[in-house]
Every structure is written in C-alpha cells, then in structure tokens.
Ligand binder design. Structure first.
Ligand SMILES: [Fe+2]
Length: 306
C-alpha cells in the first residue's frame, strides 16, 4: 500500500491506494492530518466498505452521533448508527417522489453543516457512495476557512464576536417544508455558535449555512440580511468543489469548518444509495436528539436529515 494524495480544486484532497477496511495507526494519522489541513477528503480506496466496516472506520476518529436513540423503520435498510440518505424505501425501491424522502433530499440541496443546530461539536461526516447516479447527484463542498480569508477587512471587523442561532426547523422552512411551529422537538434542535469559529487547524472559519437562523442581538431584518449576504458570498462557485461520485467513494468533511449540499438528480429515474456516519469530537455515542423524546417523535422522517 502506497497512499497517494492529490489536491482538489478549489478545496479538499483525494487519497488513493489505501484500504479503509484495514485501518492501522499510520492510516488514521494520515487521514487526521489531511483533514486538519484540507477539511474535505475524498478516499477512493481499494475495495468497497460494507456498513459494519463503515462504522468501524468512523469510530477510529470519534464517537458516533447516532441518527436517533434507537433503530426505527425508515432506517431499517442500513446498519444502526448510519444515516440512510438514499431515495430508497425499506424495500430498496425508489421511494414516493412526493413523500418524506424526496422532501429530505430537497432540504439537503441547501448548503449546510450537519447538525449545526446541536450543541455538541459535530466533528466529521463520512459519506459513502453505495449506488451512485450516472448524472447529477454531485456533492458540493466549501472550505469556510478559505471563505473567511477572502472576506474584506471591513466584513471581518463587522462580524467579529457575533453569535448565530442555528435552528433545524429554520432550514426545513427554507427548503419549503411545512413545519409546525409548536413541534416538541423544536427547543432541542437549536444551538448558538460563534459566526467566526476557530477550526481544528487553528485557522478562523466562517460558520454559516442553511440552519443559521438569527444573529443574536440584531433585529430580524438586519440579521436575515447579513446571514443571506454571508451565505451568498460563501457559496460563490469559486469556492465550491463538486464531487462526482464513483461507487465505493468515501467523502469526509469537517462540519466545523465546511459547508456541503447534495445536488439535484433524476429522483424518479435513478436509485441513489448514500450512507453517512457522523462522528463527534468526544463524549458518549448518542443521538443529536435527546433520548427522552418519544419514539414517535424520533421516527418522524424529517428528524433524520442533517
Ligand atoms: Fe448534510
């Protein structure tokens, strides 16, 4: 095995000639180092991981953020601990194009950081392509540190010290979903983060995304305008790496300093089977959704999209 690293444009790196099913200390260290530097890593390795290997690989980098406190029916196709981000129903066939899966896919087309509505720092997401589409369905990624570096000095001064509330239900509304304002989940799915965070590399990063709902201490109009302005700046094409999937690819992104989204594909025509794990920086393996909430609430399909 002779790991090869190639830089991607305008951000990220690709690692080849490795076997993620045979993780050793050297490979873990290499991946940690590449992630610290590049924040986005494509691994086009030897062989394809299965679900259990995907989980074992993920746990080498941190405790899992579980999709929900316990298994539920619409995730039954994948091993417990993985998020099913496919367009497939439990029978493996394309799910109802007007159903919750299609709505989730739509929501994931907005640039976001996974679980940024959660207090726990979500470290990485690790997405594996099982069935990929021959056209469309790219995953687009942005390095927020490069975005921050490109801001004008005046913008940097304007946003220094600001804090943003990230709210899961905000991003669902933005994606066109009807979300009840009195959902019992709502208070548990929002968290405040600095607008400028320090990444694992020590570099400052602009931390926005679709979940970013309001800037603390600002009136709503000003807050919305500033968030939209920063999002528009961050999502300029010059910052976007678009990953065209091959089956077996693994794409890792650092949720603390990148944004990502899925792009459109012909939902009715192509099967797309993607499975994701998310790891936290530390602590116990647990769901982003508190365990005391009912199974019925947890099994609402919208709660699985991040
Ligand atoms: Fe996501």
């Amino acid at each position: 095995m002779n790991p090869q690293v190639e830089l991607l444009e305008p951000c990220g790196a690709m690692l080849t000639d490795v076997d993620c099913a045979q993780l050793d200390t050297a490979l873990v260290t290499l991946i940690e180092d590449l992630m610290r530097e590049h924040a986005v890593l494509v691994i086009r390795g030897k062989g394809h991981l299965d679900d259990e290997q995907h989980l074992a690989f993920s746990r080498a980098f941190g405790p899992l953020e579980l999709p929900s406190a316990r298994p539920n029916a619409h995730m039954a196709r994948v091993a417990f601990g993985l998020y099913d981000v496919s367009n497939l129903g439990p029978d493996g066939e394309i799910a109802d194009p007007d159903g919750p899966r299609a709505k989730i896919a739509k929501g994931n087309e907005l640039f976001h950081a996974d679980s940024s509505f959660n207090d726990l720092p979500s470290k990485w997401s690790i997405l594996r392509g099982v069935i990929v589409t021959p056209e469309g369905g790219a995953t687009e990624l942005i390095d927020g540190r490069k975005v921050y570096d490109a801001l004008s000095d005046a913008s940097k001064a304007r946003i220094a010290g600001l804090e943003v509330e990230h709210d899961y239900f905000h991003s669902r509304r933005k994606a066109g979903a009807t979300v009840p304002s009195d959902s019992p989940l709502a208070p548990y799915m929002r968290a405040v983060h600095p607008l400028v965070r320090t990444s694992a590399s020590g570099r400052p990063t602009l931390f926005v995304g679709a979940h970013a709902a309001r800037i603390l201490g600002m009136d709503e109009a000003e807050s919305t305008a500033l968030i939209e302005e920063l999002l528009a700046f961050a999502t300029q094409r010059k910052f976007v790496y678009a990953h065209k999937w091959q089956a077996g690819d693994i794409v890792i992104w650092d949720n603390r300093c990148t944004l990502h989204r899925g792009t459109e594909y012909d939902y009715r025509r192509y099967k797309r089977d993607m499975r994701r794990s998310t790891v936290n920086e530390g602590g116990e393996e647990r769901s982003a959704i508190p365990a005391h909430l009912s199974l019925q609430m947890l099994s609402q399909p919208q709660a699985e999209a991040r």
